[in-house]
Design a protein around this ligand. Structure first.
Ligand code: FE2
Ligand code: FE2
Length: 302
């Protein structure tokens, strides 16, 4: 089985990313995967998410999406809130555009199941040695550094509650897989393993690392011997680790944009190709690190 995967496109809402999207679609088409996975953070505007999924939809393979935190940011013009976006709106848009929103239901191809969840964070990735009080993580602010979800997520759960709820749904999805499933690919937006997080020994980077994921999610994965691969996004530094049976990778594109003549090389790095033969996961050729380093920085936050 061949999988193509990417995340964190953070598509600009003004159409200036159209060539990038087309280049990604062409690259995926060229890879000819069985399954194409996008692990979240396309846009906080549902209209941009819909248009982007339409542009990225690849024929002759299964197209899967898992929402990211930016996708569930509420929109100012009285649109749906974060919970409604995650549990309802995004699934509807995915269906309309030929994608399966994996958190709504697992996808099964022969003996392989794809199980997805946005995942969340509970500050278990925080660096204790920074001695930042837990209240600052709860308030998502410390000495001027802000984790922007504080302004844009409007559900009433605490972060610990959100993490638990999403973990419970993940456990339910795993528990209710049909008996003939012998291997599972997990897809999330937030990180299930702390080792996937890159610390830089600098502020505010290491404060923000507390918002990358939750160890409790990784423990669920480690207990299920069917899981051989975990794909996530959110951290904009690509990473690859092995945990027991599981190969875990992060596949972000990020906020950088290359010059038009470099777009093909950039996309080649951005789209991960994973091959599964029996129980063996092959990610050779996987680009690690920040592929946007040194590029022009764009922000979709307008
Ligand atoms: Fe992102
Ligand atoms: Fe994210």
């Amino acid at each position: 089985m061949k999988i193509a995967a990417i995340s964190d496109l953070h598509v600009l809402p003004d159409g200036s990313d159209n060539e990038l999207l087309e280049s990604i679609r062409q690259r995926v088409q060229e890879i000819q995967p069985d399954v194409f996975i996008i692990a979240g953070d396309i846009s906080d505007h549902l209209s941009v998410l819909g248009d982007s999924l339409e542009a990225l939809h690849t024929s002759d393979c299964t197209n899967l999406y898992v929402a990211g935190n930016h996708d569930i940011w509420f929109e100012d013009a009285g649109g749906p809130g974060s919970l409604e976006k995650y549990s309802h709106s995004i699934g509807g848009i995915c269906r309309e555009k030929g994608f399966i929103h994996l958190p709504d239901s697992p996808y099964i191809q022969e003996n392989t199941a794809f199980v997805g969840s946005m995942g969340w964070y509970d500050y278990s990735f925080r660096r204790e040695e920074l001695n930042i009080p837990i209240e600052n993580y709860e308030q998502k602010e410390f000495r001027g550094a802000v984790w922007y979800d504080v302004f844009k997520i409007d559900w009433t759960f605490t972060d610990a509650e959100a993490t638990s709820l999403l973990n419970e749904k993940l456990e339910y999805d795993l528990k209710t897989l049909p008996k003939h499933v012998t291997q599972v690919v997990h897809v999330s937006h937030h990180l299930p393993f702390q080792e996937l997080t890159v610390y830089r020994d600098k502020f505010p980077w290491d404060f923000h690392s507390a918002f990358m994921g939750a160890n409790s999610t990784g423990l669920i994965l480690e207990k299920d011997m069917r899981i051989i691969l975990s794909i996530s996004g959110h951290s904009h530094v690509r990473n690859r680790i092995t945990r027991g049976n599981i190969t875990a990778i992060t596949v972000p594109l990020g906020y950088g944009r290359p010059n038009i003549e470099k777009i093909e090389d950039f996309v080649r790095d951005a789209v991960a190709v994973i091959e599964i033969h029996d129980n063996d996961v092959d990610v050779s050729g996987f680009a690690t690190g920040d592929i946007c380093a040194g590029l022009e920085y764009v922000s979709s936050r307008y």
